[in-house]
Design a protein around this ligand. Structure first.
Ligand SMILES: [Fe+2]
Length: 381
């Protein structure tokens, strides 16, 4: 489209946001070939703790082993393929509870034939296949999942044999956030959202503030810079300034919580944000971090966990009350998810083959390139 010579960049084809087939290609080429943020390390504080996660439809078991190290496996027995840890009994008519799963904080026991694995995934016992039978247990390790952490976040890699180091994927983000004590922060509150929109629509919305003036009036009252020039001149590296006297994302722009120790002068009064491709958003204030973990469910559905992270000594205070920031964020989040769902609905029209990015939305060219370079060769033409 040409308007006074200004050529707008095109979005990805609309079909890429609407197709179950494209979503399956994205699962294999993006989500199973990159590190995915899934949860916080302190959600599994003790040896023997475990979590069962649904990652792109794959059931993944994360455990903390006896040495305190985190490990992750596909939640599938090497014998006949049964689920090891079952979470689906509740509410399913006709199902009965079965013994098994992570037992005694030491073993992962299959409920079917009681093959038992240690918390490093090694098969340690299989009934009636002991010494003298010639059965070699070493050949039946649980299917591994890559596990690394950064900033207190657990990242998984579903194709660990092909993984690069997490640090290579994170690029300059750890350095840009180096003064924030991310790894030591605790979860002060969590909100779960189900958003009826493609994951790329949600990323694209996070990547621009052209929409802020119209969609987020309360946020713009605290951060007027978000409505200036369509959000096109924001300095995310130095941090985005609040209005005079404000320094955090709350209705008042202030809070009783102390700033994190060690921040520089800008970071004590400005806001930073990072998109950790492909599925984690970090929004960083002087006293809290809003961390969004996207869980794409289908081409038109994305579940989002929003953790609010605070310094442990703030959480421990008797007077700790995160509602000033949680309620403010919940409003902004629901405004964002609503417009994302409006896009998903709108692009279902038969006339919409692709959209456009205005110049203020240039960051979204990164998403277009990110997706195109990973799946472009695999999309049928
Ligand atoms: Fe927004």
């Amino acid at each position: 489209m040409s308007t006074n010579g200004l050529e707008l960049e095109r979005t990805l084809p609309t079909s890429w946001y609407r197709s179950p087939d494209i979503f399956q290609i994205e699962k294999e080429r993006i989500f199973c070939r990159e590190w995915l943020g899934v949860c916080r390390e302190d959600e599994l504080p003790q040896p023997g703790d475990h979590k069962v996660l649904d990652v792109l439809g794959e059931s993944i078991l994360v455990v903390r082993n006896r040495d305190g190290r985190l490990r992750a496996f596909y939640n599938v027995c090497r014998h006949r393929g049964s689920r090891l840890c079952r979470t689906a009994e509740a509410g399913v008519p006709g199902r009965v509870a079965l013994a098994g799963g992570v037992t005694g904080g030491r073993l992962i026991v299959c409920p079917y034939h009681q093959w038992s694995y240690d918390l490093n995934g090694a098969l340690v016992a299989a009934p009636h296949l002991g010494a003298g039978t010639g059965f070699d247990k070493d050949g039946y390790h649980l299917y591994p999942v890559g596990m690394e952490s950064w900033g207190g976040f657990i990242f998984l890699h579903l194709t660990p044999a092909e993984s690069r180091p997490l640090a290579a994927q994170l690029g300059g983000i750890p350095e840009r956030l180096q003064r924030y004590p991310l790894a030591g922060l605790g979860i002060g509150a969590t909100i779960e959202y189900q958003v009826h929109a493609n994951w790329k629509i949600i990323c694209e919305n996070y990547n621009e503030c052209y929409h802020c003036a119209g969609v987020h009036p309360e946020l713009c009252a605290v951060v007027p810079a978000f409505r200036e020039a369509g959000g096109g001149n924001l300095d995310w590296v130095r941090g985005v300034p609040h209005r005079e006297g404000a320094y955090t994302f709350t209705q008042s722009g202030t809070t009783t919580r102390r700033a994190f120790a060690g921040l520089n002068a800008d970071e004590q009064v400005r806001h930073k944000g990072e998109l950790v491709y492909p599925n984690v958003f970090l929004s960083v204030a002087c006293d809290h971090v809003a961390a969004f973990i996207l869980r794409p469910r289908s081409f038109e559905r994305t579940d989002i966990t929003c953790h609010f992270l605070f310094a442990p000594d703030e959480i421990a205070r008797v007077s700790f009350d995160p509602s000033d920031t949680v309620e403010f964020w919940d409003l902004v989040n629901r405004q964002d998810w609503t417009v994302c769902e409006a896009v998903q609905e709108g692009i279902s029209s038969r006339v919409h083959a692709h959209g456009y990015f205005a110049p203020m939305e240039d960051w979204n060219l990164d998403i277009r390139q990110y997706v195109t370079t990973r799946i472009g060769d695999h999309v049928p033409r």
